[in-house]
Design a protein around this ligand. Structure first.
Ligand SMILES: Nc1ncnc2c1ncn2[C@@H]1O[C@H](COP(=O)(O)OP(=O)(O)O)[C@@H](O)[C@H]1O
Ligand SMILES: [Mg+2]
Length: 237
């Protein structure tokens, strides 16, 4: 069931180019409820990543604010907020060392001090993504792009976020890796009653598979997708 409050509500969040003052993201509003899966499509350079990063409060806002379950996220609450809402980038950053070293890394951070690394759990996520048992021992530097993204995703999923912000996570991956990543995310979504995701994708078929509500980004302006595309989707179901 959805609760009275959205999980995340953005009110007029905006971003400007710090050097030239140009709007990168015009004031944008969005409410994301538990159980909702959104997608955002739009041309390259239109501000999709800027929006997701702003929503995750990874970059300072130049206007507006974000609420988490009805409560405004003030500065001191940002680390806690970032624990609930995870941003997955197109090209994951992995540390030197093994996959397991990378998966253990978040538990060294203050924000996750109360949690413990569970090798069985991550091994099972890796297996779910079609990786065999030696995956955790592989060197991060030797992984393919697809394997690196799977590792980065497992690193996040083991922490049980409520919201995933997926920034073209499969954009440059082979079909098998893309499929594995969609599978992991689908399973994560189904495992919690009130989880939600926003998937930025340039693949309309993927946006339809992985979401029910579609938004567009055009020159820094976020909008609901035109009705025509929703109608088209409804008739192809
Ligand atoms: N930190 C930044 N400073 C200045 N310009 C930026 C910054 N981040 C992104 N931009 C610019 O904002 C625009 C939107 O970028 P982005 O959100 O990455 O587009 P996309 O829709 O492809 O994800 C681009 O013109 C990009 O160059
Ligand atoms: Mg982008």
């Amino acid at each position: 069931m959805t609760s009275a409050f959205p999980l995340v509500a953005a009110t007029d969040i905006a971003r400007r180019d710090p050097q030239h003052g140009r709007w990168l993201l015009h004031p944008a509003r969005l409410a994301l409820h538990g159980g909702e899966r959104l997608s955002i499509t739009g041309p390259s350079g239109s501000g999709k990543s800027v929006f997701l990063r702003a929503l995750a409060l990874l970059d300072p806002l130049d206007g507006g604010h974000v609420e988490w379950r009805g409560k405004r996220v003030a500065r001191p609450a940002i680390p806690r907020y970032r624990r609930s809402i995870a941003y997955i980038r197109q090209r994951p950053a992995l540390l030197d060392g093994t996959v397991e070293d990378n998966l253990r890394y978040p538990f060294t951070l203050r924000a996750y001090r109360d949690l413990q690394f569970e090798r069985e759990r991550v091994a099972s996520l890796a297996a779910q993504a079609g990786r065999d048992s030696d995956f955790l021992d592989r060197r991060a530097s030797e992984l393919s792009g697809g394997e690196a993204q799977i590792a980065a995703l497992i690193r996040v999923l083991q922490l049980d976020p409520d919201v995933l912000l997926l920034d073209e996570p499969t954009a440059s991956l082979d079909p098998a890796s893309s499929h594995a990543i969609e599978g992991l995310i689908g399973a994560w979504f189904d495992a919690g009653a009130a989880r939600a995701s926003i998937w930025v994708s340039h693949d309309p078929a993927q946006a339809e598979r992985m979401s029910e509500r579609h938004l567009t980004m055009q020159a820094g302006v976020l909008d609901e997708a035109p009705q025509a595309s929703l109608d088209r989707e409804n008739t192809t179901r």
